[in-house]
Design a binder for this molecule. Structure first.
Ligand SMILES: [Zn+2]
Length: 197
C-alpha cells in the first residue's frame, strides 16, 4: 500500500461519501467493524484508479531500444485487475500482447506496466483492449500489434447474470495482424502454452 502522503487530493471527501453510502446501505457506520471502513475504501479506490495519474505512453517511450529483430514478440499471461465502469466491481484475468517490431523494441516489463496503468482506471474490457493496442502502436510504431484479454467479470458472477464461470474474451489488432495467418500464429502460440485463469 502507498504511504499516506501518496494518496490523491479528495481522499477525505471520498471517505465522507463512503460513510454516507454505508448508511444508505442500511448499516451503522459508527459500529466498531465499520469505523475505519470509509477511509480504507477511499484509499483502496484511489489505488485501484491510480492509472489516471500515470502516463502509459511515457512508460514506453522511456524504454525504446533500437533493434533489428523483426519476428513476433509475445508477452503472455499478464495479470489484469480492473473495475468495470458500469458497476464498479472487479473484472480480472489475463492479457496477452504480441507485436512485430519495426526497428524498435521495448522492455518486456514495460508492456505489463502499460496493461497495469490502463486497467487501474474505470474500464470496459473492450476499451481496455483497444487502449493497450493503440498505446503500443503509437509509441513503438511496430509492423503490427495484437492484444487479447480473457477476463471474468464479478458484476456478472456475483449478481448471477449469465453463466457464473463464463470468461469474456476480447481482441484488437493492427498492421500485419490484419493478416489471418499472423493472427493464427499468435493464437496458436497462446493456446499451446497458456494456462486458463
Ligand atoms: Zn459491470
Amino acid at each position: 500500500m502507498n504511504p499516506e502522503n501518496e494518496f490523491r487530493e479528495g481522499l477525505t471527501d471520498l471517505a465522507t461519501h463512503y460513510k454516507s453510502i454505508l448508511t444508505l446501505l442500511g448499516e451503522d457506520p459508527q459500529r466498531e467493524g465499520l469505523e475505519k471502513t470509509p477511509m480504507r475504501v477511499a484509499k483502496a479506490m484511489q489505488v485501484l484508479t491510480r492509472g489516471y495519474t500515470q502516463d502509459p505512453q511515457q512508460v514506453l517511450t522511456d524504454a525504446l531500444f533500437q533493434e533489428d529483430y523483426n519476428q513476433m514478440v509475445i508477452v503472455k499471461d499478464i495479470d489484469v485487475f480492473s473495475l468495470c465502469e458500469h458497476h464498479l466491481l472487479p473484472f480480472y484475468g489475463k492479457c496477452h500482447v504480441a507485436y512485430i517490431p519495426n526497428g524498435y523494441i521495448t522492455g518486456l516489463s514495460k508492456i505489463a506496466r502499460v496493461v497495469d496503468i490502463f486497467s487501474h482506471r474505470l474500464q470496459v474490457q473492450e476499451r481496455l483492449t483497444q487502449q493497450i493496442k493503440e498505446c503500443i502502436q503509437a509509441t513503438l510504431r511496430p509492423q503490427g500489434v495484437m492484444v487479447v484479454i480473457e477476463a471474468k467479470h464479478m458484476c456478472m458472477q456475483m449478481r448471477g447474470v449469465e453463466k457464473q464461470n463464463s470468461i469474456t474474451t476480447t481482441s484488437d489488432f493492427s498492421g500485419v495482424f490484419n493478416d489471418l495467418n499472423t493472427r493464427q500464429e499468435f493464437m496458436s502460440l497462446l493456446r499451446g502454452e497458456s494456462k486458463r485463469i
